[in-house]
Design a protein around this ligand. Sequence first.
Ligand SMILES: [Zn+2]
Length: 310
Amino acid sequence: MTLLVENPAGLDHLTPPGHPERVERLEEINEALSAPEFDSLTRMIAPMASESALLLGHPQDYIDHVRARIPESGMAGLDPDTWASPGSWEAALRGVGGCLAAVDAVLAGTHRNAFVATRPPGHHAERDRAMGFCLFSNVAIAARHALEVHGLSRVAVVDFDVHHGNGTQDVLWNEPRALFISSQQIPLYPGTGAASERGGSNNVLNLPLPPGSGGIEMRRVYQAQAFDRLRGWQPELILISAGFDAHVDDPLANLAWTEEDFAWLTRSLCDIADEVCAGRVVSTLEGGYDLPALAASVAVHVTELKERGA
Ligand SMILES: [Zn+2]
C-alpha cells in the first residue's frame, strides 16, 4: 500500500504576490491527486511535529528564532527569498510531522511507500539558517528520526530537485549512518553541490548537471554514479527529496527533464529499494514551479509509487 500524507495547513503558508513558492502549487497537486486513479491511496493528514523532533535537525536557538519571526499578521522575511505568515508555523511543523508519520508507517510495514505533499519545502534549510523558501529541513529530520527513534543503522536520501539540497547536506554532513545523494544544475542557486563536497565521512555524493541537459544526461549520470553507490550502502530506508523543477517547463532553472524522466527515476529508485530494503521509500515534495508541469510530474511520481505499493 502507498500512503499519501496531505498537509492542508500548507495552504495557510503565504508568500508575497509573484513569489514562485505559492499556495497554488499545493492546490494543483491536491487536484491532480484527487483523480480516480489515486483512490486506492491511503490518505492521512500530517500531524504536528514535536519540538524535540525539530531538534533532530536544528539547534534550539534556531527553532526559537523561526518561531519569533512568525508574524501575527501579514508576512515577515526570514531571508530575501524565504517568508513566513501567521500560518507558517503550523504548516512547517505539520510538514515535518508528515515526514515523520510517513517514516513511522513505512517502517511499521503498514505501507510499502509514502508520498508527503507539503509546503513549505525543506531541503535548503540548514541547521541554523532558513533559506530558499525553506524553514525546517524536513527530509534530513526524517532521516535522523529513522536512525535515532527507530534505531536503523543506515538510511539514504536521494534529492533530485534541480537545486542543490544544501540544507539536507548540512544536517547530514556529520551523520555517518546517512548517505546523501543530490543531483542539481550547476551553476544555479544556492551555489553549492560540487562533486568535491563529499561529507564528513564520504557520505555525500553530489551529481552536478550542466544547464540545458535533459533526461539522457540525467539517466547517464545516475546509472554511472548513483545507483551502485546507493545499492552498496545497503540502506534500510530510502528517502526522496522530490523536487520537480528540473522539468523543461520550469521557470527557475534550465534543465530539460520530462514527466517520463521523473517516472524513470522513481522506478529506478523503487527497483533499488526492492533489492535492498523491502521497497521502503518515503518521498517528500520539494520544489517545482510551473503548475501544470508540477501537477503532471507529481502524478507520474505517485503513480510509480502506487504501482510498487500495490
Ligand atoms: Zn528546487
